[in-house]
Design a protein around this ligand. Structure first.
Ligand code: TRH
Length: 366
């Protein structure tokens, strides 16, 4: 049955908070639900989702005046579900609206991790003892990589889209500074500022095949410019390395990029999941935390998905947990990582996706 969902998203930094919330909103809408996405900074949607999505209503994060007018609007109903993404803390006046009449199912959607606490905490609730939502329950929903967690976002038509994808035609649509040659190994770059970047470039310059880097805008392009400068090489590459900056792509085209490359460097949360669905070799730059909590998170991920040894080593160096050298990106290594990526893709595809699980969860709680 069609439900009304409210998803609350605060953009902390980077693009992952909005990226995940948008994907979830669009997935729910495509399954026939009505979604209000409340965001404090929706500017990145101009490139992430330039055409919007039918069924998703974009709303500004409600300020005092907006909340007052909602409270006086007899036609406004909170609806069936409220999702507080990543502990985004709902305004008190909205909590007061939720407490009126039949309360919605209130869910805190957490960050993705393979650590043990995820399965232990997934689906637990916490009763609210104070404030305008006193007496209500808040449920904790944890995405994860195993069936005892909330799973991963994967829209129902994903394999169909992948089966119908024309790589050559799509690559031709990219506005590149130099055309791609047929024998080039394509590598997408989306990361923060990995210290091993100059070492990677040096390795690719001397590599066993011509390499083309397709570099995402923002921090990746800035980090790459700093690295080429430190190595004193041209920005467009040298030796077996060619470098092409990319514009921001829509989420749909970002998927296409990951499906087209022989190796994807991804980061954060959402691009990691999309790299897993691509079934191609990838290296993850994990979001760094000041207390180094990301070290355990990376380790748990490596264990959960049984990364091949050389790929684990690559991740340790890439994420600054070990010093170099980076394992060589040879044809043989990439072939081995490719086989592993395909296995992981199949394995994760066999599990129930996050939105399907969320729908059953809400149906049980309401
Ligand atoms: O941008 P991120 O580093 O976001 C991070 C993580 O989510 C992290 O866990 C969180 O704590 C932090 O933000 C605040 O990486 P992520 O998660 O991959 O999000 C990037 C989004 O941007 C993803 O939805 C893909 C999208 N994207 C495009 O749609 N087009 C593009 O061209 C690019 C480069 C990205």
């Amino acid at each position: 049955m069609k439900k009304i969902w409210n998803i609350f998203c605060r953009v902390i930094d980077n693009h992952g908070d909005l990226g995940v919330c948008w994907r979830l909103s669009a997935d729910l809408a495509q399954r026939g639900h009505a979604v209000r996405l409340w965001v404090d900074d929706a500017s990145a949607l101009a490139w992430m989702a330039p055409h919007g999505c039918e069924g998703v209503e974009l709303r500004a994060w409600p300020n005092e005046a907006a909340l007052q007018s909602l409270a006086h609007d007899a036609a406004f109903q909170v609806g069936d579900v409220v999702i507080e993404a990543f502990g985004s803390e709902l305004p008190d006046a909205f909590l007061a609206l939720m407490a009126q009449g039949t309360s919605p199912v209130w869910i805190n959607l957490e960050y993705l991790s393979a650590e043990g606490y995820v399965a232990r905490s997934h689906g637990l609730s916490s009763p609210v003892m104070h404030g305008p939502a006193r007496g209500m329950q808040k449920w904790f929903f944890f995405p994860g990589f195993t069936p005892d967690t909330g799973g991963l976002l994967r829209e129902p038509n994903l394999s169909e889209r992948q089966a119908g994808f024309d790589r050559t035609a799509w690559l031709r649509t990219l506005p590149l500074n130099q055309p791609i040659a047929t024998n080039e190994r394509l590598i997408s770059l989306f990361f923060y500022e990995p210290q091993a970047l100059p070492e990677l470039l040096t390795q690719l310059i001397q590599g066993d095949a011509p390499n083309r880097l397709l570099v995402a805008p923002g921090r990746p392009q800035a980090a790459l410019a700093a690295a080429t400068q430190s190595l004193d090489i041209p920005e467009a590459g040298t030796g077996n390395l060619r470098i092409s900056p990319l514009p921001y792509l829509s989420q749909t085209d970002f998927d296409h990029l990951l499906w087209s490359c022989d190796l994807n460097f991804v980061r954060g949360e959402d691009s990691l999941v999309r790299a897993l669905w691509a079934g191609r070799p990838f290296v993850w730059h994990i979001y760094p935390q000041d207390d180094l909590a990301h070290h355990d998170k990376l380790h748990a991920f490596e264990v959960a998905l049984k990364l091949p040894m050389a790929l684990r080593k690559f991740h340790s160096v890439w994420n600054g947990l070990e010093t170099g050298p980076l394992p060589a990106l040879t044809h043989a290594a990439l072939g081995n990582w490719h086989d592993w990526s395909q296995q992981v893709q199949r394995h994760l595809f066999s599990q129930t996706d996050l939105t399907t699980q969320l729908l059953s969860f809400v149906a049980q709680k309401r």
